[in-house]
Structures are given as C-alpha cells and as structure tokens.
Design a protein around this ligand. Structure first.
Ligand code: GDD
Ligand code: MN
Length: 240
C-alpha cells in the first residue's frame, strides 16, 4: 500500500455477463501485483442477461472487501451510474472504466505513476496521442469519435486530447465536484467532465491507451447518443 492511498474502481455494467469475470480477474491481477489497496464497485443496471448473478459469484471468490455490489433496478445511463458509484467509494482515488475489456487494466499502474509524477487531479487515458489508438472499430465509429473530439476541440478548447474516452483516474474529491457541476446524462458526460475539470482549474495528466473493441456483447452507443452528444456540445459551447 503506497502512502495510504486507496483506489476505487467504478465498473458500470449492462449485459456484461461474459466480460465481467475476465475484467475482474485482470483488475485483481494488476492492482494486486502493484500492492495497491483497492475495491471494485460494480454498478449493474438490472441487466437482463444475469450480470448481477455473475457479479455475486465473483464476490464470493474475491471477497466483499474487493468486490462491492451497488446495483440499480433499471438502465439509468452511464453518467448517473458513476454518480451512484462515487457515493459508495471508500478510496481517496477513483478510477472509471468500461467493463467490456475495451479498457485494459494493465494501464492502471501507468495512470497511478503519472498521477504521482505531476500530482495531477485527473489522469485521462488518451487514444489520440503517442502510442494510443483504437482497434476493431469500423470506419463509421472511428469517424463519429474523431468528429466528436474535433468539434469539441474547436468549440471548447479543453486542453486534453481525448474528450470522449472514459478510462480515467481522479482524486475522489475532484470527481465529486466535477459531477456535481455536470448537466449531461448520456455519452456526452465524458466530455463534460474534462470541460468542468478545466473550469475548476484541476490539473490533467494524460496516458496513451489502446482501446480494443469489445468481443462479447454489443455497444450501447446508437444514433440517439450521437444527437445527445451534439446537443450537449452546443449547450456547453453556449454556457461555458
Ligand atoms: N450501469 C450501466 N448503465 N452501465 C452501462 C450503461 C447503463 O445504462 N450503458 C452502458 N454501460 C456500461 C457497459 O456495460 C460498459 O461497461 C460501459 O458502460 C461502456 O458501454 P459500451 O456500450 O461498451 O460503450 P461503447 O464501447 O460504445 O463506448 C465507450 O467508448 C466511448 C468513447 O469512444 C464508452 O467508454 C463511452 O463512455 C465512450 O464515450
Ligand atoms: Mn464498449
């Protein structure tokens, strides 16, 4: 345990039955090997595929101190899943990531190292600098992501290279303040986090990550999320 720090990993799940055992095994491996104090908070939104039952079995295997279950009755969206998770986080740092193996836990020790180097309030995984990248997406999805980042860069000048990514490490207090200020609910929430962080004057470090598209299950990103992003971007442009 490094200097009394504890890391709370927030893992929102919706129909991730196949992915959950692997992601939790990898998390315990990489966090355990680094001798970190940690907990994994699974926020399942009533997945019809039985994700919560799998999570309960994993809790038996790894222990209640490591796997914390904070389910909700129905699918209420990614943004509010984080807000719900933070309330139960006991660490002084919080990591948010996807449960579908697109975000590899091997990057977490790099996030932590980066945070310590610059004493950053936030460390953001980035697909758009250095060794970062996206693997397995079709052209359409790549264009959507690039366009969302590009438009936001132009309109809001946020000072971070990956705005829509969601693999990040925060000082818990910073994340609490940021989410209190956030107005958006859907995928645009990730972008708003960076904008609000800047408003508060929080410092941001970046770590290049490789995002690998999911093998099991499907993405919940659809046309309505794209429209939601555009609306949210314009709202932030008009108000910040
Ligand atoms: N609890 C809960 N509730 N979890 C959810 C919900 C929800 O309503 N919607 C999605 N999730 C979970 C998924 O189970 C997964 O663990 C994670 O949130 C990401 O969902 P995906 O559906 O896999 O997202 P994606 O791959 O299309 O998008 C990812 O990349 C985008 C950047 O390009 C996410 O990381 C986005 O946040 C990100 O903007
Ligand atoms: Mn995904």
């Amino acid at each position: 345990m490094a200097g009394g720090d504890k890391y709370s990993v927030l893992l929102p799940t919706y129909n991730e039955r196949e992915n959950l055992p692997i992601i939790i095994w990898l998390l315990c491996k990489y966090l355990g090997e680094s001798n970190l104090e940690y907990e994994i908070i699974v926020i399942d939104d009533g997945s019809p595929d039985g994700t919560l039952e799998v999570a309960k079995q994993l809790q038996e295997v790894y222990g209640q101190d490591k796997i914390v279950l904070r389910p909700r009755a129905k699918k209420l969206g990614l943004g509010t899943a984080y807000i719900h998770g933070i309330k139960h986080a006991t660490g002084n740092f919080v990591i948010i990531m996807d449960a579908d193996l697109s975000h590899h836990p091997k990057f977490i020790p790099e996030f932590i190292k980066k945070q310590k180097e610059g004493n950053f309030d936030l460390v953001s995984g980035t697909r758009y600098t250095g060794d970062g990248g996206v693997y397995g997406w079709d052209l359409k999805r790549k264009i959507i992501s690039r366009t969302a980042n590009y438009l936001t860069q132009i309109l809001l000048r946020p000072g971070a290279s990956d705005l829509t990514g969601s693999f990040r490490l925060f000082r818990k207090e910073a994340l609490q303040n940021i989410v209190k200020a956030c107005v958006s609910k859907g995928y645009v929430f990730q972008m708003e986090i960076i904008i609000r962080a800047r408003q508060f004057g929080y410092t941001i470090g970046e770590v290049p990550i490789k995002f690998v598209d999911r093998v099991y299950g499907e993405s919940k990103l659809g046309g309505s999320e794209v429209i939601g992003f555009a609306k949210g971007l314009l709202y932030l442009f008009a108000t910040t």
